[in-house]
Design a protein around this ligand. Structure first.
Ligand code: ADP
Ligand code: MG
Length: 303
């Protein structure tokens, strides 16, 4: 469906992405992961045709996505892109923004569609509110709904929940990703938040040093993180005897030959994150118990 071959791009002389090749199937959710500056936003913009590639091709089905040199008007009907910095019409209402690109020839359909999307992004109560009076998070939700209004075949989301507070993020994320799956809309989402990935992404791509460092299911990458960068995406980890050991794999036991001295414990809700010194190295483990600073603990590695 989406077929990217040898995509290579630089801003002026600075190379950003080098020879990326990957495919995304219809209805698939692909997460694009990487540190800040790794090129996630640039990749989405290239897929949208915002810039010309130095080398390589992008196809959606039989259409080649072309940059401004070969395509005067950026954007395609089958594809929507919600940028990190989104633009809305500030002086009209939420529902007018969402319905902006829907035809007025079908007022009933337009109304129903707008209602449906207001529910997906949980803004029904704000339908008549002028966008300029909304918070950043509410605006982000309007931008999402507007991108979905004409039901694209593929949607590119850049950090789609970054402005939305913790209270609403979880349910919004579930609504939006469920909606996309139900409608079989292919979705590429750039993020650095593992909550946007776990439970939602079919596959994930990790960008690092201009390349795809890893490309697999979240489960496979979580179970066997080949590099510290991959492990760091999933949570706190240690390197013990050259192996990556997540904090949750390191348990405090009665007695073992891994003796550590507690530095600090952090309350994390249903567990404590314990920072300790193991043979001169700082390590992290999880524990149901709180330990005092300088207390001696014994550790065991589980799978
Ligand atoms: P990410 O979204 O992963 O944080 P970006 O794609 O925004 O990364 O940026 C990748 C690199 O490209 C960064 O080093 C950034 O400074 C640079 N960059 C981004 N946009 C531009 C631009 N318009 N002109 C020049 N350099 C840019
Ligand atoms: Mg970005």
């Amino acid at each position: 469906m989406l077929n990217v071959k040898n995509l290579t791009f630089s801003y002026h002389k600075t190379p950003i992405l080098k020879e990326l090749s990957f495919k995304v199937e219809k209805g698939e959710n692909l997460a694009i992961i990487g540190e800040s500056g790794s090129g996630k936003s640039t990749l989405l913009k290239l897929l949208y045709g915002e810039y010309d590639l130095n080398f390589g091709n992008i196809y959606w089905k039989d259409n080649e996505i072309l940059g401004p040199k070969y395509n005067l008007v950026t954007g395609y009907d089958f594809m929507k892109y919600v940028a990190q910095e989104f633009e809305l019409m500030p002086f009209i209402s939420v529902e007018e923004n969402i319905g902006k690109f829907l035809s007025n020839f079908f007022p009933k359909e337009k109304k129903e569609r707008t209602q449906e999307l207001l529910e997906v992004v949980e803004l029904t109560a704000f339908a008549k509110t002028k966008v300029k009076t909304l918070s950043g998070g509410q605006k982000q939700r309007v931008a999402l709904a507007r991108a979905l209004a004409k039901q694209p075949e593929i949607i590119l989301l850049d950090e789609p929940f970054s402005h939305i507070d913790n209270f609403q993020r979880r349910s919004l994320r579930r609504n939006v990703f469920k909606y996309l799956k139900d409608k079989k809309i292919t979705c590429l989402v750039a993020t650095h938040d593992n909550n946007d990935v776990l439970g939602f992404a079919d596959n994930m791509m990790i960008l690092n040093n201009q390349k795809i460092e890893a490309y697999d299911t979240p489960k496979a990458l979580f179970k066997d993180p080949k590099t510290p960068l991959i492990a760091s995406f999933f949570g706190e980890f240690n390197i013990i005897n050259n192996k990556i050991i997540y904090a949750h794999q390191l348990n405090v036991v009665e007695k073992s030959n891994l003796k550590a001295i507690v530095i600090t414990s952090y309350f994390k809700g249903n567990y404590y994150l314990v920072e300790a010194n193991l043979d001169g190295e700082k390590i992290f483990c999880y524990s149901p118990n709180n330990y005092k600073n300088d207390q001696i603990i014994f550790l065991n590695i589980s799978n």
